[in-house]
Design a binder for this molecule. Structure first.
Ligand code: ATR
Length: 295
């Protein structure tokens, strides 16, 4: 495929973090730029070091007229100190993955979570008024729990191997929303859940490549309570969690669409455009191909 012709008016976007070598983001954004005939290139910027280094990178990017940045591990929290404004959802989560150029500096967004929401919508998975199980209590699970409440879930149970961590996270999220919207629970206590037909979001690191046989819980009884399973992991493409959901008769999706839509959301913020579903689908297939190549 033809690459963008770089000239005097080319805009630059990129990714700061470490490591950045295996990212699929350049594929997403450069393909979007080509499809939408934008004179824009997206490049990875390996950014090591602590908060001071991140500040210098963000200030340098602004001085270089860089249109937008994505931020990945380990800078998603520290970067919040370098922004002129932070969007409401990102502010609640306390993590930013997208910087949008504005007057005087960059504004921060969390398109990981708006992207997850959009990915679920595109798969016909509704959040509003649903009862949701969030598995895990680390950074990813906290963000998912915030997102579920933010987008109108009726109730969220946060199930974690270590109960104490779920309790602390729930306390923080409940305080942030000013009501009891998150209920912490030990994963091993899932039998005391009051209902069934739950939407379960797998946000632990169990099952992440190379731990392909891992899952936060393996008992079929748990999966009988789950109607739809969303795994944030996309490598492997079908996780053990997804297999267990399917074996119990539920529907399961992986995190690749979340990755796609976090990119699309960022691209839309940078360029003030709306990406069509057909284009999204085309890029999704390219991402899938790329993953298969590396398997
Ligand atoms: P991240 O920022 O990606 O969420 P993290 O903060 O290290 O990563 O959190 C990892 C999460 O995965 C935790 O909720 C962890 O459970 P504990 O709090 O009990 O450690 C969960 N996790 C990791 N491996 C797991 C496993 N084998 N079974 C169940 N939960 C697991």
């Amino acid at each position: 495929m033809k690459t963008t012709e770089i000239d005097g008016t080319t805009r630059v976007c990129g990714l700061i973090g470490s490591p950045v070598e295996h990212t699929l983001s350049p594929l997403i954004h450069n393909m979007l730029a080509r499809r939408l005939s934008h004179n824009l290139v997206y490049v990875p910027f390996l950014t090591r070091g602590g908060p001071e280094e991140v500040r210098r990178a963000v200030e340098g990017a602004y001085a270089l007229n860089i249109l937008g940045l994505n931020v990945t591990v380990p800078h998603k929290q520290t970067v919040t100190a370098c922004l002129t404004r932070t969007d409401a959802l990102a502010e609640k989560i306390g993590a930013v993955n997208t910087l949008v150029r504005a007057e005087g500096g960059y504004q921060g967004y969390n398109t990981d979570m708006s992207g997850l929401y959009r990915a679920m919508e595109s798969d016909g998975i509704r959040l509003r008024d649903r009862e949701v199980l969030v598995l895990g209590a680390g950074g990813a699970a906290r963000a998912v729990a915030f997102m579920c409440v933010y987008y109108g879930a009726a109730k969220v149970w946060m199930l974690n191997r270590t109960l104490k961590k779920a309790e602390l996270a729930a306390e923080e999220i409940n305080a942030s929303f000013g009501r009891r919207c998150i209920e912490p629970m030990a994963l091993s206590d899932y039998r005391s859940l009051p209902g069934e037909g739950y939407l379960a979001v797998q946000a632990t690191s169990a099952g992440l490549y190379p731990d392909v046989l891992g899952a936060p819980v393996t008992e079929p009884d748990f999966y009988r309570l789950v109607d739809t399973g969303v795994d944030l992991i996309y490598r492997p493409f079908e996780t053990r969690f997804m297999r267990l959901v399917r074996q119990a008769g539920g529907r399961a999706v992986n995190g690749l669409k979340m990755l796609l839509y976090q990119g699309i959301d960022a691209y839309e913020l940078w360029n003030g455009v709306k990406v069509l579903e057909d284009t999204a689908q085309e890029i999704y297939l390219r991402m899938k191909e790329e993953l298969e190549k590396n398997e």
